[in-house]
Design a protein around this ligand. Sequence first.
Ligand SMILES: *Cc1c(COP(=O)(O)O)cnc(C)c1O
Length: 855
Amino acid sequence: MTGTAYQLEVNPQIPERLERLEELANNLWYSWDRPTQGLFASLSHPLWQASNHNPKAFLKRADQKRLEATAENPVFLAALNRVVSNYDSYHEMPSMAHVHGRPFKEDDLIAYFCAEFGFHESLPIYSGGLGILAGDHCKAASDMGLPFIGIGLLYRQGYFQQTLNADGQQHATYNDSDFDDLPVSPVLDAQGQEVLVAVDFPGRTIQAKLWEVKVGHVRLILLDTWLPQNSERDREITHRLYGGDKTTRIEQEILLGVGGARALALLGLKPTVWHVNEGHAAFLILERMRSLMGNGLPFAAALEAVAANVVFTTHTPVPAGHDHFPEEMIRHYFSAWCHELGISFEQLMALGAEPGKTDLNMTSLAVRGSRHHNGVSRIHGDVSADICRYLWPQIEPYENPMDYVTNGVHLSTFLAPEWFETFERYLGIGWRERQTEHASWDGIKLIPDATFWSIRQQLKSKLLKLVRERVREQHQRNQGSPAHLDRLLKYADPDNPNVLTIGFARRFATYKRAALLFQDPTWLREIIGQADRPVLFLFAGKAHPADLPGQEIIRKIAQMAKLPEFEGRILLVEGYDLHLSRSLVSGVDVWLNNPIYPLEASGTSGMKAAMNGALNLSVLDGWWGEGYDETGEVANGWAIKPAPGHLGDAERDAEEARTLYEILQDQVIPTYYHTGPMGYSPEWVAMSKCSIATIAPRFNVSRMVGEYVKKFYAPAASHGRRYAEDDFAVARDVAEWKARVRGAWPGVRLHRLDTAERRLKFGGALHIEVAVQLNGLGAADVTVEALFGRPGHHGSIGRVRHYPLHCSGGTASGEALYTLELTPELCGKLEYRIRIFPTHPALIHKFETGLMVWL
Ligand SMILES: *Cc1c(COP(=O)(O)O)cnc(C)c1O
């Protein structure tokens, strides 16, 4: 054909009776409300698939006649009515309806900053775990009615789409989103004009357009630089998530942190809590300091005032996950900032300094600019405390302020719809509102085994159908033969789902060791090759386009899958996204996870699997370190104990692979195939029920956000207020006090005056006398204390008792005298230590100064 092809899209007129479909399509409520999704799908399944389950795109392309006919269809209208009335009652819920204990004030607002948000496949601005967690966080904030707003970037291309060739070579395709198709709309001002925020960059000002996303009650504001008034280069800032080079990265992070904070100010919003979710957003600290210092607050006081209500969450111990920027780059982007505020460049760099490095580290900046910090599981909290120990150099990591909140997942999003009715029946109406109560899950046991099993099989069958479609598409694109396809799909048969199916899907980062399963192919063949006990492995996941070793792992799995003995038993499915993820986690029997300990900060896919009744087989790392439970009648999964830390990499992998094989061979496969007369294994069903009942109440995101509220948000809001009162009197006072204490600290010393008793009769008193060189500090500036415990308990919190020593005058040589009379409550061998550290009543964490001297 010749000539110009003009593009045209004809959009239907939505009949009046169906009008509210447009409202439903514009609120990500649909991403977790299954009946809403079902409603759209019922209009046209093929179009629903073709529009990637995106209601807005779907409505724009729906057939006019079909819509008109539907508007007359009483069954559809009744279903629409039900959905809309649920939607309305959800949105009529009063603010903070599900927040315990009224911890917030009328004007409180939590601003949550993140570089990616994963709600649903229809809004492709996420890459993996961090984004999905952020999406779930917003959903839970909406469910609870929290005063909450999200801030992020609207990427034109989001993350890449993945295809794999026959050799497992990953191909990344980037597609521009048509923003008209996305569930986003421009933020408009009172005059109905689009709102633009200006951000200063070296030699230019960049404009960013503000978009808004509705997530139930919660609003998410996204910044977008794709505007004609920006230079072509600057338009590209929001081009791709995690794309480009270091320059793109710093510009994105300036846009997110600085631009995001300005956007909120422009909208007249005054957050009282600022959550920096991963270091990417840490520049918001500098922007907030700028605005306070512009009003005359000194640098140090501005830092205290800002930090008081910043919450920072770190999400990975892997060094590559912590952004840092060279000094020159920071100078380029921030020297104007320093100039404006009259501070030296060194002062700025010191905020993000890390010992032995000259770069500015975003994690260091985030920790120095926040007083509430956490990792995302118990193990990761400890690891992060250790990674960040240099920020509180004289404090042992186990006592430093790095805390943890274990991640969780949004149950309504990840629980397969097939479970809802059954749960309602056996757990009672309102079970979702009671999801964090353990006892409300006891009802799982009451589900008849046969019913339970049949739902599990149904879900697996659905998954296998999807897997077949995807593998067929892959195979045809790669020009494979039809005969070979039959062999590949031999075990992925939706009509015969009784094949033990094990899933492994996650980012192909090397530390996740996706290929650990293939350490010993001979052994593996013996384990999974039995004709009467077939095992199917499903692999899926993306490797970052710059991560070549990660892509190599995909190729290795593809090679293994091609070996005749593994043919059809190992399938590699391309295009891992939220849709495939939901299907995998609900359909597999076993969810496999074997990262290198302790590099999996938390992991969340295993939680999604568990609440759907899949059994986790995982290294005891991240959340599984807390989730694995063998105390009941049956265990809730299987644990691979990490090999001892002194082993080399190869030995460690060999040892952990051996454990994996042994568990598969001796436990997983025999348990699954130990079928009773009903055609299923009663023990398996018991374990599967136990998995739901023990994991769903603890690892859901409502529990998680509830913990953030209690541990961080509520305290941060009140600390922020307190620091700001009376023209920032407390912030100024704390800043001055810290400077004074830091100056005096190197001269602070203790020594003992009495001779330490080594033996005491029970009931007798121990007398301690210590002389303290305060070096100009007053008794009110410090705490001197003795720590008592059993020998060897030093470092184990909760087992050590703290007793303050009292200042009881001075010594002849001008030191302060501190004494303690103590009658030990325990008999036997005891151990005690004595230390001094600075104290001030307004401190948010008692060790936040990082200063301490031990005797
Ligand atoms: C849940 C989820 C993740 C995160 O899973 P991990 O266990 O952290 O690997 C990543 N991608 C998708 C699509 C998910 O749904």
